[in-house]
Design a protein around this ligand. Structure first.
Ligand SMILES: CC(C)(COP(=O)(O)OP(=O)(O)OC[C@H]1O[C@@H](n2cnc3c(N)ncnc32)[C@H](O)[C@@H]1OP(=O)(O)O)[C@@H](O)C(=O)NCCC(=O)NCCS
Length: 327
């Protein structure tokens, strides 16, 4: 079905606290050289002790309002993509409804981990295109530092905190959503997980510390094998060629991984936007943060065609072709 929804505004926020590679050298056996060479990450932002996913989300929504002068009162759907919500429940989306006193809206969180933003955008598009909803707020917010094991050098160098928000509004004349492709490889669930319950993935004994656990090498292999073919499928079924894409914005997990995906898929690295160098892997927030960097640097302009591709824990992935045309 042809989309009737347009992304009309964006906002972003990262916490002030910084954790550099030099700082990490003092915490675990690692080096700036190792981290930068293997991941492309220089530093990450870390939420304060009393700062949670909801707080970062509020600041990102405030930033959206400041930049766009958009009205929030007529929002009729709030979707938050997060795997580090303040509480198991209530959802961050309900906290946003309360914070901004939005009078008549649905509100829920989704958990598609690092693919959360593209999943939430896809949902918002289908809600608005169905004409049941007119204006949906999509927020990606993460405080991964709160679930990172800072004694495990194989994961603690990777992750950071941040948030971003976009509005998806009814606009049948200039739709943003031109293609979608998604997939799931649930058999890889135990390669990247965080749990409080044991033995739920393939009967395996799991680490129940509540911290993230990852087999980095396996996740790396899965992503660099899966993405190039999936991007090709997305382009083909949406009748686009690589040359039509102005900016490729993959999940910013690791620069080396992005380089490998670009090489295998034939996408020029110069037309790729990432956010991991300054923010680390911010899971659901990484794609809109990279997009926001592209806007601030005057790279992304109205009229551009973007290929956004989220992938991560699940294992799951979702790619979108988006016409960028904000108010
Ligand atoms: C985590 C990752 C950077 C590790 O890089 P790698 O090249 O695969 O490294 P390996 O895991 O094979 O480890 C190589 C060596 O470096 C060591 N090492 C791991 N982390 C290290 C660190 N922070 N500093 C220094 N050495 C480290 C390992 O212990 C290993 O040492 P050994 O050979 O003596 O056993 C990489 O696998 C990766 O980026 N994976 C994807 C992770 C990701 O993006 N996940 C999120 C997806 S949404």
């Amino acid at each position: 079905m042809k989309s009737r929804a347009r992304i009309t505004a964006i906002g972003a926020y990262v916490p002030e606290g910084k954790l550099t590679n030099d700082d990490l050298e003092k915490m675990v056996s690692t080096s700036d050289e190792w981290i930068f060479q293997r991941t492309g990450i220089k530093e990450r932002r870390i939420a304060g002790k009393e700062e949670y996913a909801s707080h970062l989300a509020f600041r990102a929504v405030e930033n959206l309002v400041e930049r766009s002068q958009k009205e929030l009162q007529d929002i009729d759907g709030i979707i938050v993509a997060t795997s580090t919500a303040d509480h198991a429940f209530p959802s961050v989306a309900c906290q946003i409804q309360h914070q901004f006193q939005i009078p008549a809206t649905g509100a829920f969180d989704i958990n598609a981990v690092c693919a959360g933003f593209t999943y939430a955008l896809h949902l918002a598009n289908t809600m608005v295109t169905s004409e049941v909803h007119k204006k949906v707020l999509v927020v990606a917010t993460e405080t991964l530092s709160k679930v990172t094991d800072f004694t495990d050098r194989t994961t603690c160098v990777l992750f950071g905190d941040g948030a971003s928000a976009v509005l998806v509004e009814y606009d049948p004349d200039q739709p943003s959503f031109l293609g979608v492709h998604m997939g799931t490889n649930g058999e890889g669930g135990s390669q990247l997980y965080r749990t409080a319950f044991a033995d739920s993935i393939h009967g395996k004994e799991l680490n129940t510390s509540g911290k993230m656990v990852q087999n980095g090498r396996e996740v790396y292999k899965w992503a660099t094998r899966t993405l190039p073919d999936s991007m090709e499928e997305l382009l083909q079924k949406s009748n686009f060629s690589k040359e039509d894409i102005d900016w490729f914005i993959p999940h910013s997990a690791n620069m080396r991984m992005v380089e490998s995906i670009c090489e295998k898929s034939g996408f020029p690295l110069q037309k790729t936007l990432t956010s991991m160098e300054s923010f680390g892997n911010t899971s659901a927030a990484s794609i809109p943060l990279a997009l926001n960097i592209g806007i601030k640097e005057a790279k992304v302009k109205n009229g551009d065609t973007l290929l956004l591709y989220g992938f991560g824990g699940g294992l799951t992935h979702l790619g979108l072709i988006v016409k960028w045309n904000i108010d």
